[in-house]
Ligand binder design. Structure first.
Ligand code: NAD
Length: 378
């Protein structure tokens, strides 16, 4: 039974994950190295409760219970009796490893220790722990109380009952758990890469401008935001680094190659919405890098990006990163895609996706466009 949850790192994600645990009846202890962060985390949870009360989403009594079940500490030893630890500190492998080593030395052998890492190897984190078999990745999305998806990532060393306990617990917490093999980007951050990468490639080749590409994906695909709007929204610093990290972790597989244009935006400090300028200038939404010839029409743009997305999803399934069902749940709930890529691909025609991949491969003679064996074997 998981009754007591310890959150290590009470920033944006830690506070949100702790809120979910407390709302589901767990005692939650929030730890952080910085005392001001603990104050901020406590204030932020109170503020969230107040706004949920105002919106009639929670009763005053339930909100008070959530607060009563939550404690904040800067003494790590206070987490010793936790049944579950969720680490959500800075995304740095050395800092995470040393923190997790300290945590593992304090908690009992039965405690499940997890990390909310979005990009690091879970197996590598597990390797420094006293009980690596009790460790797994537990990847929530931002904001954790709102986003339904949680990727459960067993390390090579993880006991199977730990994976099933976490999966059941996430379902009890009204989340939708999916299981991902411990590979770069897990499911969402891997399968979503072509949405940005292929849009950037089309842009970099001068085949279409940002507005046309954004419109193609919204109007034909029904995506809520076009790739350029979305990259501007996420921030080019964050988006570029995720791409670069997946690319390097995949031994520079050209399918994940970052764009030099995006790197330039990052270097210029044109980070997107948060800096007022990225691919677009805000609030006018004026294109910053215009002057491209429109060589592809919207259907051609959509079909090329869509084929790359479905190919990526199919390859993740083919390589046992996840099941077909889980990749579809993951992309709908982790990135708000209008449909699951596998079900969408099947309805559209996997043979058409395979034909688009083949023609791109023949045109460019680049490994980037190799069709997945999933597509060539049907
Ligand atoms: N922000 C997102 O969109 C998002 C989504 C999914 C996963 N994640 C992952 O969640 C983790 C946390 O991200 P965040 O956005 O909440 O970051 P954040 O900066 O808001 O919070 C990190 C917290 O960790 C604390 N911290 C740092 N080093 C520490 C240490 N050695 N000991 C104790 N506390 C320490 C910091 O004081 C800070 O409060 C990262 O691994 C990140 O990759 C983030």
């Amino acid at each position: 039974m998981i009754n007591k949850v310890a959150i290590i790192g009470s920033g944006a994600m830690g506070t949100g994950i702790g809120q979910v645990a407390a709302a589901n009846g767990c005692e939650v202890i929030f730890f952080d190295a910085i005392p001001e962060t603990l104050v901020h985390s406590r204030q932020s949870l109170s503020f969230t409760m107040q706004s949920l009360i105002v919106k009639n989403k929670i009763s005053e009594a339930d909100a008070a219970d959530i607060i009563t079940r939550s404690k904040w500490t800067n003494t790590l030893a206070d987490i010793a009796d936790a049944d579950l630890v969720v680490e959500a500190i800075i995304e740095d492998i050395q800092i995470k490893r040393s923190m997790l080593r300290e945590v593992a030395a304090l908690v009992s052998e039965n405690c499940i220790v997890t990390s909310n890492t979005s990009s690091l190897s879970v197996t590598s984190l597990a390797s420094v722990l006293k009980y690596p078999n009790k460790f797994a990745g537990l990847h929530f999305f931002n904001p954790a109380p709102v986003m339904k998806l949680v990727e459960v990532i067993p390390a090579l060393q993880t006991d199977s009952d730990v994976t099933s306990t976490l999966t059941q617990l996430m379902a009890q917490w009204s989340k939708v758990p999916v299981t991902a093999r411990d590979t770069p980007g897990f499911i969402v951050n891997r399968v979503a890469r072509p949405y940005y990468g292929e849009a950037l490639r089309i842009f970099d080749e001068g085949l279409a401008g940002c507005t046309a590409i954004d419109e193609a994906m919204k109007e034909i695909g029904g995506f809520r935001m076009g790739p350029f709007e979305l990259m501007d929204f996420i921030g080019h610093d964050v988006n570029y680094r995720v791409t670069e990290s997946v690319y390097n972790a995949m031994y520079q597989d050209p399918r994940y190659k970052p764009s030099l244009t995006q790197r330039s935006l990052m270097e210029a400090g044109w980070l997107g919405r948060k800096s007022g300028k990225g691919f677009y200038e805000y609030p006018e939404l004026k294109e910053v890098l215009p002057g491209r010839k429109e060589q592809l029409n919207k259907m051609q743009i959509f079909e090329r990006i869509f084929a790359m997305l479905v190919n990526e999803a199919a390859d993740a399934v083919y390589l046992n990163v996840c099941s077909e069902e889980d990749v579809d749940k993951a992309m709908k709930l982790g990135t708000n895609y209008p449909r699951g890529l596998m079900e969408w691909g099947k309805e559209y025609g996997m043979d058409k996706v395979a034909a688009t991949m083949k023609s791109l491969y023949e045109k460019y003679l680049e490994d980037r466009y190799r069709p997945s064996a999933y597509l060539t074997s049907i």
